[in-house]
Design a protein around this ligand. Structure first.
Ligand code: ATP
Length: 334
């Protein structure tokens, strides 16, 4: 559904030197610097998949989404979305895609969202009956009935985001780009948005590429993630495999039933190849390479008065942090 090959986008940025003389000089001779925002990326997303698109600030996510929706022209490489070349901006393409940006509104501030929806009905030539059915679907799924006729400026952030989604999806695109759709929302509203995105994906077999800084969104919605850093794709695969690849460590948390002295705890942990993260009686947290988890757990159970033991993978946030750090250190070496 989405094919990207060797895609790059270079922005040309005017360099402004400080001082009056420099500004005068720049009237005649402008200096430019190149920003390689997207740097030779390749991926393929099949129909109906929800893929998480992760990366630190400035990594190139929004630029990639703008390239995929045809708002920007690539500097090089090939993009095909739903069989179209996005930057040609054909009408048939516009009817199949949508880009939702959490930080940009496409609703008209002073009028109710319901009136913006009517404008979209005309722009996208949505037949009367289909418009009514779709609006009913959205109103029910997103519990919109009581907010539909309030001017947008009176809506809460969460209510406005729900209306943004409706405006973006009324023409029922089957390829959807969501750039931070849950930014700034409280936990309940994030959850409601996630449920809605899942239903839309299921009901319309929509292909969805989603960026979010909330790992809860990513782990709830996406089996697969693309990770971009400094314009380059550094990971493409399952979330579970990303944890294996970037984080060789696991964490064992123990609750001790009786106080054990520090040298005894240190000896037991060190003997099993682990490292103490915190010992604050009764809780002991230990980090260990995943291949040593079983032997260390067995050792701790025999050597210490353990009343409870849990083994966990590191959080997705910390794995992502490790992935960025690894990419950064490889870049520094290269
Ligand atoms: N219009 C532009 N002109 C020049 N440089 C730009 C422009 N838009 C983005 N950039 C630069 O391109 C790089 C990638 O930006 P982009 O907005 O795609 O990142 P991002 O991953 O979406 O970041 P964030 O998570 O902060 O939104 C950054 O260095 C940014 O400063």
């Amino acid at each position: 559904m989405i094919h990207v090959e060797g895609l790059s986008k270079i922005y040309r940025v005017h360099v402004r030197q400080p001082g009056f003389a420099a500004s005068m000089r720049s009237l005649f001779h402008r200096e430019y610097r190149e920003v390689r925002a997207v740097d030779g990326i390749n991926f393929h997303i099949p129909e109906g998949q929800i893929v998480g698109f992760l990366g630190p600030n400035g990594a190139g996510k929004t630029t990639t989404m703008k390239l995929l929706t045809g708002l920007l022209h690539p500097s090089s490489g090939r993009i095909e979305v739903g069989g179209f070349v996005p930057f040609r901006q054909q009408n048939a393409f516009k009817k199949r895609v949508s880009l939702v940006m959490g930080q940009k509104s496409q609703l008209i501030w002073d009028i109710p969202a319901s009136e913006t929806f009517l404008i979209h009905k005309e722009i996208y030539e949505i037949p009367e009956q289909a418009f009514k059915e779709r609006l009913d679907y959205f109103t029910e799924m997103l519990e919109l009935a009581h907010i539909m006729d309030k001017p947008v400026r009176q809506l809460s952030l969460g209510e406005r985001m729900k209306c943004e989604l409706v405006a973006a999806l009324l023409h029922r695109p089957d390829i959807v780009f969501l750039d931070e759709p849950t930014i700034g929302l409280d936990v309940n509203m994030q959850e409601a948005m996630r449920r809605f995105i899942q239903s839309y994906n299921r009901d319309y077999k929509a292909t969805i590429l989603l960026t979010s800084h909330y790992m809860a969104d990513v782990s709830a919605l996406c089996e697969r993630v693309l990770v971009i850093n400094d314009g380059k794709l550094i990971y493409d695969g399952a979330i579970s495999k990303m944890i294996d690849r970037f984080s060789p460590m696991k964490r064992i948390t123990l609750v001790l039933g009786a106080q054990a002295d520090i040298p005894a705890v240190e000896a037991a942990v060190a003997e099993g190849g682990g490292r103490i993260v915190v010992y604050d009686y009764p809780q002991l947290e230990v980090e260990v390479h995943r291949e040593d988890v079983t032997s260390l757990s067995a050792k701790l159970l025999t050597k210490l008065p353990v009343s409870d033991l849990t083994i966990e993978d590191p959080s997705l946030e910390s794995v992502i942090g490790l992935a960025y750090a690894e990419a950064g250190s490889q870049e520094a070496k290269g």
